[in-house]
Design a protein around this ligand. Structure first.
Ligand SMILES: C[S@@+](CC[C@H](N)C(=O)[O-])C[C@H]1O[C@@H](n2cnc3c(N)ncnc32)[C@H](O)[C@@H]1O
Length: 216
């Protein structure tokens, strides 16, 4: 994938105070002491630092992002607060450079809509979660399919709207990846963003503990 539009947009936004979130995943995630957590699209590192505080010295939090500017800002913020139990990793959402079954909790806020191959991203989330691990993700969906001319435009995708898929596609993708207990926790009314009508949702689910009837 060509990340130049994402790198330009998020490189510029890294040094601003502008809100980049579209929901409250972090408020529902409830990390516990000693847990290993991952934030996909960690931006300036705000949610990573909050989770690092909550999991304490026996836990650990990874922030995943592709933007050099965001990673630099996140590392500066971690150093400022002397957080030792965090690491920021530069990689793509659909090729997460973390080991299988490493995480108790994966969160993400307003990021997965940017990914071209959402099935690959959810398959990666499944892979890095422990059995019985959970995700809480805030993201946007479109109320109708985004026309290809925008969906394939990297600049429009970087603006956080053109990469969106519909609500049904979103939920089907999670189920196809193998998650269970899928629950929409909060959802906004539709609103206009760029050239599309979108809505925000926060959705949670679990990787099954496993058993004879589970195919993965
Ligand atoms: C809208 S910002 C959200 C940042 C943060 N989660 C927050 O709520 O403040 C999206 C972030 O995802 C990152 N990102 C976008 N597409 C990505 C991809 N394919 N792989 C990794 N990171 C990506 C961007 O660099 C940016 O930091």
């Amino acid at each position: 994938m060509d990340f130049s539009a994402i790198n330009i947009r998020y490189g510029e936004l890294a040094t601003t105070e502008c809100c980049l979130s579209c929901g409250g995943a972090i408020n529902y995630a409830k990390p516990k002491s000693g847990e290993v957590c991952v934030d996909l699209g960690s931006g300036r590192g705000t949610d990573v630092l909050r989770m690092a505080d909550e999991v304490g010295e026996t836990g650990f939090v990874y922030g995943i992002d592709i933007s050099e500017g965001m990673l630099e800002k996140a590392r500066q913020n971690a150093a400022k607060f002397e957080m030792k139990n965090v690491r920021f990793v530069q990689c793509e959402l659909d090729k997460i450079e973390l080991a299988d079954g490493i995480a108790d909790l994966v969160i993400s806020n307003c990021t997965i809509n940017h990914a071209t191959d959402k099935e690959a991203v959810w398959s990666e989330i499944y892979r890095i979660l422990k059995k019985g691990g959970r995700f809480v993700v805030s993201d946007i969906y479109s109320t109708s399919p985004i026309p290809a001319e925008y969906h394939n435009d990297p600049v429009a995708v970087a603006e956080c709207w053109a990469g969106a898929i519909t609500r049904d596609e979103y939920i089907n993708t999670l189920a196809k990846a193998g998650f269970t207990g899928i629950e929409v926790i909060e959802e906004s009314k539709p609103y206009l963003k760029g050239k599309a009508e979108v809505a925000s949702l926060t959705i949670a689910g679990k990787k099954p503990l496993g058993g004879c009837c589970c195919s993965r």
